[in-house]
Structure formats: C-alpha cells, structure tokens
Design a protein around this ligand. Structure first.
Ligand SMILES: Nc1nc2c(ncn2[C@@H]2O[C@H](COP(=O)(O)OP(=O)(O)OP(=O)(O)O)[C@@H](O)[C@H]2O)c(=O)[nH]1
Ligand SMILES: [Mg+2]
Length: 482
C-alpha cells in the first residue's frame, strides 16, 4: 500500500492566505529539503526534532525564490510517524509550484490524496475512525459538528468498539474452547450468560445505528423543510432567514418548482433550510415532480416548518395544517407558522400556544387525527415579509433541536459516518442469527462462525481488518496534502 518514497504536497491552499505550508514526509525528507533549502546555520539533517529553521530557497541559477521557515519532525514523532518537514512559504502560487518542482527534482514525489493520513494510519498513529475524524474536523463549520469530530478524533467511537470486540471475543473463545473438547461434550460457556452478553452487544450496536440520523444531521446540518400550500410565503421565509434574496418570490401560486437548500448557523448549530414547492393538486407534470420532491424532503427532515397563510379562510388554514400534520412522523419535530400577520387581509388571529383565536372564536389546532395528536405543536405567528416574529422562530428552532438532540449528544457516542453505519448493520445480521442459534439447537461451530463474521465487520470500522481497496476508497476522498 505504501512505498518507501518521500512524498510532498501543499497542505494549505496557495494564494488565499499569507502563508502556504508544504509538507514533505518519508525516509529522505531531510536530505531532499537540504538540497533545496539552505539554512542560515547548519542543515535540516542535523536539526533536532520539533525545531524551526530559517532557510532560503533558490533556483539552480541562484535566483532567490523565497525565504521560508522549516519545521523539523523526527520519526516517530510526526503526523505520519516518518521524518517530516513543513516549509512555511509566502502564499504565492508561483512560489508553491516552484518549491514543489524543486522538491520533485530532488527525489520526492507528489503525494496522493490523503497519503499523509494513510501513512499515519499505517504507522499505527491513529485508527481509521480517527483518520476520518481529521477530515470531519477540517470540514466542521460550527461548534456542534466540531465537537463530534473532536470526540471521534480522541477515540470516542474506537473505545466503544474495542469494548464490544472484547465482549464478542469472550463469547466466541468460550464457544471455540468447547469445540476443542467436543468429544467430551462439555459446555464451558453458560448458555444463559452467552444470551445475555449477545443481547447487550446487539442492543449497543442498534443504538449506535439509530444515532446516525442525529449524528449525520449535526455533521451535515440539521435538515429543516419549509412546507405548505402554494403562496403561503415559504420562499419569503427562506430569504428572510438567510437575509438575502435566494429564492424567487411572487404572488403566482406554484412559483417554486424545485427544492432550494441553504445553510445557516444558529447558536452553534448548522441548519439546512429547504424551501420546497407548494403542495396542491395539479395536472402539471413538472409541478407534480416538484411536489413529490417536497414530500420527500418533508420525510427526511428532522424539523418541519409548516407554513400557513393567515389571509386565507380558517377552513382552508385548518385543512392545510391537518395535511401537514398527517405527514409528520414521531421522530420529527413540527413548527406551525402562521404567516402574513402584517397583511391588511389577515384574518385577525391571535395565537396562544396551540389555539387559534379569531374574533373570539377559539379554534384548537390539535388534536388532529395524526400521530402527533398527543403532542403539543408549537405555533408561531410572524411576517416573513417584515421580519416580525423571526427572532422568536429562531429561538424556537434552537430550543426544539436542543431538546431533541441535547440529551442524546451529551451521553452517547453518535455515528456520523455512512461507512461506519453500514459496517455496524453488516455486523448486526450475523449477530441476530447467532442469537437465534443460541435459542435453537444450532451447532456451536455455526454460532461461533456468525460471531466471527460480526467481529470482522466491527474490526473493519477501526481498520484492524482492512484491504488496500477499502483504504484507497477512504483516503482517496481526502484532499492532497491531508
Ligand atoms: N403581506 C405579506 N405577504 C407575504 C408575506 N410572505 C409572503 N408574502 C407574499 O405572498 C406571496 C407568495 O410568497 P412566496 O414566498 O413566493 O410563497 P411560496 O409559499 O414560496 O409560494 P410557492 O413557491 O408558489 O409555493 C408573495 O406575493 C409574497 O410577497 C408576509 O409575511 N406578509
Ligand atoms: Mg416558493
């Protein structure tokens, strides 16, 4: 998988900041840098680890390219575990390209995407989940996704998997010991205890699998779908939340045909607001496709903002509210928004928790004949046009998300990576088979084979078991220099 070559690549994006960092790693790192850079005193090869040197880099004809600082890391005390140098150059694309060319002509080769992290993994400096956490940490955009990536980098998931592995190994070794003594028909392992252990591991894996929806929402932004009938002001609300004219707004019903997604950070959490096509009966093919997309976004959202238009008549409003409520599942949160409070056409509604009040006629929104009938639905009146009520909506979103996610994120490890959840699911199937096997008279060797299969999938998450193909797939997605 890895060769004995010395690799180099820029670790920052040249031309966008003040400094560009070029990484060099491998057995000849020091010699190669010494042929390219002249230190003010001594050489890189004779410099102690964790030391910085001032150097000049020149073309073969003596033309000065740049004055740089070289940071020296001696194996095994470096990111890759190899001898490494980081050159801090001025952030010019010309300087970066020239320094890289000089390094290449002195014997280095350009690093593949993710190769520094791959070398770190192969040197045993971190496991696969930690290498993946480095990528997540770099792409984290808010406190919540940063916190998850940092926990994973610090071995949060790995330590849970190690415990799980140990438990399964205990079960399987007891069973395999029995097989060695099969002639004597002894039972070393207490079957009741094995069942209990297996149930515990199955419960643990299921909990991790279930945490993916939440973990993924935090990593990629909490999906918030803005849905409702046409012309209720969904696109106006998206624009108001973003503070820019992102979506087309018009008084023509059916303006939005496709879904529009934009992210916004509110109190340390990224939300992915999704404006959707207004839901109505239509014979128009394109609009129908748009409405199908709206319903699919509604299904996959963590939070749904159901838009209602206060300038419509009450029966229509209630009908639309019922339609939205009927599509919500228990794992989703719903906020009903009564829009257009500023309009002179607005029926004079006042809202108090779940009750719509119109000219002293009280109309209770829930209970609807939907899954949420027992839950209070937060209701908020606002004007997407003037911005009145928007701060309250933001606060409500935050509060809803905190209560949905807060308790879970504090105590449990969350899975944020699709590869991990796929491996966990692959481990669950043989474990469930093994569990059934323990209840029946399935021969011990078949049960233990199932547990071995589950161990294989669990081991693949941290990389204890890995193939070149899998590693190529994971690290190939990293950028060059990572
Ligand atoms: N008075 C008033 N008008 C609003 C408000 N919000 C939206 N509107 C108007 O309502 C009309 C429809 O607004 P849109 O934001 O396009 O509505 P939509 O729900 O995205 O509509 P579709 O994309 O067709 O489903 C436009 O004329 C807006 O100016 C509001 O808070 N007050
Ligand atoms: Mg729209």
């Amino acid at each position: 998988m890895t060769d004995n070559e010395t690799i180099c690549a820029p670790a920052t994006i040249p031309g966008t900041g003040a400094i560009t960092v070029i990484r060099i790693s491998g057995p000849a790192a020091f010699e190669i840098v010494d042929t390219v850079a002249v230190c003010r005193n001594g050489t890189i090869s004779t410099t102690k680890g964790y030391t910085m040197k001032f150097c000049t880099i020149s073309l073969p004809d003596g033309t000065l390219v740049d004055e740089v600082i070289a940071a020296v890391y001696r194996a095994p005390h470096s990111y890759t575990g190899e001898d490494s140098v980081e050159l801090f150059c001025h952030a010019s694309k010309y300087i970066c390209n020239t320094v890289i060319e000089l390094l290449l002509s002195s014997g280095a080769r350009l690093a593949q995407p993710g190769e520094f992290s791959l070398r770190s993994f192969l040197a045993g400096k971190m496991d696969l989940t930690q290498a993946e956490a480095v990528a997540d940490l770099i792409s984290s955009t808010d406190a919540a996704s940063h916190d998850l990536a940092m926990k994973q980098l610090k071995g949060g998931i790995s330590s849970e998997l190690v415990t799980m592995r140990e438990e399964l190994l205990r079960i399987v070794s007891l069973m395999e010991l029995e097989l060695d003594f099969s002639e004597e028909e002894v039972e070393f392992a207490d079957r009741a205890q094995l069942r209990e252990l297996l149930d515990k591991v199955i419960g643990h894996i299921s909990q991790l699998v279930n945490s993916f929806r939440l973990g993924n929402a935090i990593k990629s932004g909490v999906p918030v779908a803005i849905v409702g009938a046409t012309n209720t002001g969904k696109s106006t609300l998206l624009n108001a939340l973003l503070g820019e004219d992102r979506a087309i707004v018009s008084d023509i019903a059916g303006t939005t045909r496709d879904t529009i997604e934009e992210t916004l950070v509110i109190e340390g959490t990224t939300y992915r607001f999704i404006d959707t096509a207004g839901i109505r009966q239509t014979a128009e093919t394109i609009e129908q496709i748009g409405i199908e997309r709206s319903l699919s976004k509604l299904n996959s959202a963590s939070i749904v903002i159901g838009m209602l238009d206060l300038t419509r008549n009450i029966d229509e409003i209630l009908e639309n509210a019922r339609m939205i409520c009927s599509k919500i599942t228990p794992s989703q949160s719903l906020i009903l928004v009564l829009n257009k409070v500023d309009s002179s056409l607005c029926n004079t509604f006042v809202t108090t928790s779940n009750i719509l009040v119109k000219d002293n006629t009280r109309i209770k929104v829930p209970p609807f004949d939907c899954c949420l009938s027992s839950t209070e639905i937060p209701l908020i009146s606002l004007s997407a046009k003037t911005g009145k009520g928007l701060p309250e909506l933001r606060n409500l979103l935050s509060a809803l998300w905190q209560s949905a996610a807060g308790s879970t994120t504090a105590d449990h490890t969350l899975i944020t990576n699709l590869r991990h959840v796929q491996s966990l699911n692959s481990a669950l199937t043989p474990l469930q088979r093994a569990r059934k096997g323990l209840d029946s008279t399935l021969p011990t060797d078949l049960v233990s084979q199932d547990i071995r299969e589950a161990l294989y999938h669990i081991g693949s998450i941290t990389g204890e078991i890995s193939t070149d193909e899998v590693l190529g797939e994971i690290f190939g997605k990293f950028c060059i220099g990572k």
